[in-house]
Structure formats: C-alpha cells, structure tokens
Design a protein around this ligand. Structure first.
Ligand SMILES: [Zn+2]
Length: 261
C-alpha cells in the first residue's frame, strides 16, 4: 500500500476512476508486476451505513445509485449490529453489495463481510469471530485506535484477537486524527495482516470518499485472496461529519422512518 507523509495515498472526494476515462467497467493492469500477470481490478468501498443503523438516514436504493454514480463496483453495507439494510441492498443490487455488519463485541468493534445472517452484539470477540467463521465471513478490526469511539480496542485485547482475523481497518475516513489510521497501518504491517479501508459513510456525500482498489472478487473467498493487494484511495472526512450522525440519531428519536427501503 503506497504511503505518503499523510499516510495512505490520497485523492479527491470525487473519484475520477480510470474506468470513466476509458469507458470500461473494469480495468486491467499488471499485478504483481514481477509476475507479469494481467489482473482485473475493481474499486470497492468497505465501510458504509444505511438508515438501518441508528445514526444514518441513507436509504439503500439511493445509496446504491450514489455508489454506482461515483464509480464504485463493490459496496460493503456494515450497519451497526443490524443486518436488514445489507439484506435489502443486496437484493436490490447483488453484484455491487457486499452484505456486512459492524459488530460491537465486549472488546471493540469488528467489521464483517459476506455475512449470511445477523450476528448479535455484546458477545466476546472470540465468540463473535467463531460465529462469523461459521458463516464464512471475512473479518476485519474496525478503526482499532480511534479512542473517541465506543468501539475502540484495548491494546491487549486487540493483540489477542489479531491471529483470528483476516485484516485490520488501516484507513477509516471518520477517525478523529490521522495518527489513528497511521498506527493501524503500522500494526497491520508489523503483524503481516492486510488492510481494509472505507469512508464509514453515514451520509450520501461521504460515500466513496475513501475506497480501495484491489483484484476483482465476487465472494468471501475472493475478497480474502484479494486483500493483500489492496491500494487505499481517499482522504479523511472533516470531523463535523459526525454531526450528521448525531442529527440522524436525533431525527430517529423524533420519529423519522424511511419512506421506502
Ligand atoms: Zn461504521
């Protein structure tokens, strides 16, 4: 993963992916160069919420339209401790959507991809991982060093579960400080785990703000195999994006319900 002074390589909010320039849905490029193999790649957003999370108002259908318009070819729906939004979105666009979940464990939050059914919050990390493994899901540790989140990890608990997960979230656009992402990327490099990244979008304008380019995949096994070649593209969101989540939570308490999902 390319690293600059500010961490992973950054690009503008609006992606101008090569696809749109050459009119092709998928890009072929040489990876790894030393092997001389042509590998099809795609652009994926690996952390995103819908109105089924307590702090987002995004409707699955409009979210899908937004993601497609921005050139994303995979979009992981990782709602907090619920699965309904991912299920609905996957029915609407099964090619685009990776059904996932962001699960609060007693140790911190985990991200899971290609989840089959809801995994309840509040279990130990080990038990949560065991249930996810039975479903064949790909497991990453969500924003491990963002101390301002409820789901951040204690160092000893984090180290204990690392051998059990597939990846670590090395770039989350909503962290309080770029240093939190840098530490996560350093940890992933130190323990030899691939990185995942995402905008952690709770509002439409955040969708695709951070994404990854990686070899094409269609299922959990393919994603697991592709993760070591992940390139992070994106930039941090301003901290005020959290106000949108607070506003969404407030609207819901005041009785807001999606008109259609
Ligand atoms: Zn999240």
């Amino acid at each position: 993963m390319p690293q600059g002074a500010d961490g992973p390589r950054r690009r503008g909010h609006r992606f101008a992916p090569p696809e749109s320039q050459i009119g092709s849905v998928l890009t072929w490029y040489i990876w790894p160069a030393s092997h001389g193999l042509a590998v099809m790649t795609l652009l994926a957003e690996l952390h995103c919420h819908t109105c089924h999370s307590k702090d987002s108002l995004m409707l699955p259908g409009r979210l899908i339209e937004t993601a497609r318009r921005r050139g994303l070819q995979r979009l992981a729906i990782t709602d907090h401790n619920v699965f309904e939004g991912a299920r609905i979105a996957a029915r609407l666009d099964p090619e685009l959507i990776i059904p996932g979940e962001e699960i609060m464990t007693t140790g911190g939050e985990l991200l899971a991809y290609y989840v089959q059914e809801l995994v309840p919050p509040g279990l130990t990390p080990e038990r949560t991982i065991e249930i996810l493994r039975r479903q064949g899901a790909v497991i990453s540790v969500a924003h491990p060093y963002d101390a301002l989140r409820a789901g951040h990890w204690r160092e000893d608990e984090l180290r204990r579960i690392l051998p059990l997960v597939d990846a670590i979230e090395v770039f989350n656009a909503r962290v309080a400080s770029a240093a939190h992402n840098r530490r996560a990327a350093e940890l992933a490099a130190a323990v030899g785990k691939p990185g995942t990244a995402g905008s952690d979008a709770h509002a439409y304008f955040e969708v695709g703000r951070t994404a990854v380019r990686l070899p094409a995949f269609h299922d959990a096994e393919g994603l697991r195999a592709a993760l070591p070649a992940t390139e992070v593209l994106g930039r941090l969101s301003p901290y005020w994006v959290h106000l949108f989540s607070r506003y969404a939570a407030w609207r819901k308490k005041a009785g807001w319900r999606p008109a259609l999902t």
